[in-house]
Design a binder for this molecule. Sequence first.
Ligand code: HEC
Length: 133
Amino acid sequence: MPRAVLTLLATLGALIALSEVAAAQDAAAGERVFAQCKACHQVGPNARNAVGPVLNGLFGRKTGMVEGFQYSGANKGADITWTEETFAEYIRNPREKIPGTKMVFAGVKDEQKIKDLIAYLHKFDEVPVALTQ
Ligand code: HEC
């Protein structure tokens, strides 16, 4: 293989490794942001509904879908699919995005903290909700 190609491959490998480190740091920072949510929410394989619903597998599901959690009519009827975008809007100001929500939380205003929080919650994308009840 020509030397230039080898150099290119090595550089690409290093870049991928770097971006993985960056992603891990985001999730770790997000875990610290999640400390604010922990009073009410759980995530992970042993998560249970508490004051708020389990947040496993959040991205891609609709509002109000965790079984066994008593949502407000406002949240259940909001008909929002949780994506990174809708979640970011919501967590900035929950009562503006879903008027009448019973989530009593002022919001996270800092854009970087919201990104870190998203990276952290993505760690639980594949953790089923049904098995956690
Ligand atoms: C004081 C308790 C409390 C805190 C703190 C809190 N939440 Fe909530 N959260 C709730 C409750 C209660 C609901 C259900 C809202 C409803 O039914 O109106 C909820 C709903 C949600 C939902 C919608 C879930 C769904 O299935 O539709 C998301 C997403 C969410 N919270 C994320 C967070 C995040 C992230 C934080 C921290 C940055 C946080 N919450 C902090 C109580 C809380």
